[in-house]
Design a protein around this ligand. Structure first.
Ligand code: ADP
Length: 334
């Protein structure tokens, strides 16, 4: 994919790490969520127990990994990170579990992609703090129990619906992350600008916030691109003029839609008569992996009312026609 934001949102780099909040009080927005977590953290610490297992779901870039790291920091616990697709065999998971120390926070990203055998190992690890390990083969095979210290598992996913019931039910704390408000995004952008020591006007902060798809990672990416434009086209400070020129060059409109979003909507309208069209077919038509269509593009398009997900497929809404300037009756550009 040549899409600017989507390609970039996958890559982790040093700058993103610098912008990542380390403590709960630096984590912007999501107030109700923070208040609850802060109670659970204090209570667990007071009892000198590990924090209950935490399930985090929501679209990419909303702060799931960040929050997991923060929970470890707030608990004063060691943080270990992996991702389900990286775990091939039971021994891969057992290898990590058996190195966990007391109270460690173990983060598994994309937890919906755990293989069944590994998932079963995790059930017992989460519930009883042990692993059942089979040694030997055939009639000589026997199970040995390996005890584990109490630890906290944090599972994150962009696809809560694909997590099995038995796994989901073993998380004591479940958090559904939602898109951020513009006010929260403004706070995130202002904080990041100050960490990057770049000067930025309030109206520029607001303009970036408006185009950030409700997503902190996108807000930070846009800020950094605007910093580039300001440096090369201007005097180094980001003002409203720089943002407006920068967004035009990146082909991002005032709703935060990028070229690829508009192509998706246009394809549904022009090739499939407005829909419904199945996700697989649509992904092929726009030259996108179905994963990134479903994880990155669709949630925002749906939330903003441009797209609807129906049992028979995706449909473009009247707002999509209006935004693209297409007459819904004739299918022609206005
Ligand atoms: P996810 O794991 O959900 O894909 P991340 O935790 O990697 O998202 O967050 C992406 C980036 O956005 C992080 O590098 C962090 O700098 C920033 N970020 C996310 N949430 C917040 C927040 N609430 N406050 C400030 N920055 C945030």
């Amino acid at each position: 994919s040549d899409s600017f934001l989507e390609a970039e949102y996958r890559e982790e780099d040093a700058l993103e790490g610098r912008l990542r909040p380390q403590r709960l009080k630096e984590f912007q927005g999501q107030r109700a969520l923070k208040e609850n977590l802060s109670v659970f953290i204090s209570a667990a610490k007071e009892r000198q127990e590990s924090l209950d297992h935490v399930f985090l779901s929501g679209p990419p870039g909303l702060g799931k990994t960040t929050l997991a790291g923060i929970l470890a920091n707030e608990m004063g616990a060691e943080f270990k990170v992996t991702s389900a697709p990286a775990l091939e065999k039971p021994k891969d998971l057992a290898g990590i579990l058996t190195t966990l120390g007391e109270g460690n926070v173990f983060f598994i990203d994309e937890v919906h992609r755990l293989k069944p055998a590994l998932e079963e190992m995790l059930y017992i690890a989460m519930e009883d703090y042990e692993i059942d390990w089979i040694v030997g083969q055939g009639p000589a095979a026997r199970t040995i129990r390996i005890p584990l210290p109490p630890f906290t598992l944090i599972g994150a996913t962009t696809k809560a619906g694909q997590v099995t019931g038995p796994l989901f039910s073993r998380f004591g704390i479940t958090v559904r992350m939602d898109f951020y408000t513009e006010a929260d995004l403004k706070a995130i952008i202002a904080r990041s600008a100050s960490i990057l020591s770049v000067s930025i006007g309030d109206d520029a902060v607001a303009a970036i916030a408006q185009c950030s798809r409700g997503t902190p990672r996108v807000a930070n990416r846009l800020l950094r691109r605007m910093r580039d434009f300001a440096q090369i086209l201007g005097n180094g400070s980001i003002d409203a003029g720089i943002v407006s020129e920068g967004l035009k060059r990146l082909e991002i409109d005032h709703f935060g839609l990028e070229k690829h979003d508009r192509e998706i909507l246009r394809t549904i309208i022009e090739q499939y008569d407005g829909g419904p069209v199945g996700a697989e077919t649509l992904a092929i038509s726009v030259g996108e992996a179905v994963e990134s269509l479903e994880d990155f593009y669709e949630p925002f398009l749906i939330q903003r009312g441009f797209l609807q997900r129906t049992p028979r497929g995706r449909t473009a809404t009247p707002l999509a026609y209006q935004h693209l300037g297409i007459d819904p009756n004739t299918g022609r550009s206005k």
